[in-house]
Design a protein around this ligand. Structure first.
Ligand SMILES: [Zn+2]
Ligand SMILES: [Zn+2]
Length: 261
């Protein structure tokens, strides 16, 4: 199979004054995570770092108003689509429950469908994702790219984020929420002043994944109780487009109905 070469690997879209959404459009939707760059007064922040197929930091530096400003990398959790480029950043924060996994990734580390555990593939299909071709990418990042060379590198954490900690960028302050269920160390970031919630894979407007290694429906139900109590204005999830509070409550109700029936 010969794949075309992508004109550009990352795309970006400014979603508010200081926040930019970054995507990898040539990665299968299943593993195409949202990355969020927030430009702060004193620090910038990148929340999640994609698959790690192409270096991310040089791209971010083309987007940042001040590429010399220190940048904090926060990993919402450690699935392959969220920590690919974490090693490129000097400051790397993650919840303690997934620090070991970020340092030494033990899960999927391949772009080939046949390397994905059959049960995991079935989980994704059952959840409503489209089937995967031979590869998780539909274009090459550059002419001589060899998909077999792909590895998920990971990196050790330089600091840990627990429930209630604050990620302070100067003009933006995000409170860390521990949101397990999708993974044991999933975290969200909530800015009380604006009601902005970065929810990562705890909730997004697409098929949620709750059956697999490290996943727990009972934890997920408790996470939803926590989300329901928040006064959110907008939710930026780990996948799919952002949504408002009414949609958040609809999504929660839909999964509660499935899990509690
Ligand atoms: Zn994800
Ligand atoms: Zn995930």
């Amino acid at each position: 199979m010969t794949l075309p070469v992508a004109a550009e690997w990352y795309t970006s879209k400014k979603i508010d004054d200081s926040t930019t959404l970054i995507l990898e459009p040539h990665v299968h939707v299943l593993e195409q995570a949202n990355m969020f760059l927030v430009e702060g007064g004193e620090h910038d922040m990148i929340l999640d770092t994609g698959m790690g197929i192409v270096p991310l930091k040089p791209y971010l530096d083309t987007l940042r108003t001040d590429p010399d400003k220190p940048i904090i990398c926060v990993s919402s959790h450690t699935h392959i689509d969220h920590i690919g480029c974490v090693h490129e950043f000097d400051t790397r924060l993650v919840h303690p429950a997934e620090a070991e996994e970020m340092a030494n990734p033990s899960g999927l580390s391949s772009l080939y469908r046949d390397d994905m555990p059959a049960q995991l593939l079935q989980t994704f299909l059952d959840a409503g994702y489209p089937p995967i071709d031979e590869l998780l990418i539909d274009a090459l990042p550059y002419v001589d790219y060899d998909p077999k060379s792909y590895v998920l590198r990971g990196a050790s954490a330089t600091g840990l984020l627990n429930e209630g900690d604050v990620v302070d960028l100067g003009n933006h302050r995000y409170t860390v929420l521990h949101l397990p269920g999708h993974s044991p160390g999933s975290i969200g970031l909530f800015e009380e002043a604006s009601g902005v919630l970065f929810a990562a894979d705890a909730i997004y407007d697409g098929p949620l994944i709750y059956e697999g290694p490290g996943m727990s429906i009972s934890d997920y139900l408790a996470t939803f109780e926590k989300l329901k109590a928040l006064d959110v204005s907008v939710v930026h999830g780990g996948h799919d487009p952002s949504f408002g509070p009414a949609r958040m409550h609809e999504i929660i109700a839909r999964y509660e109905a499935i899990w509690l029936s």
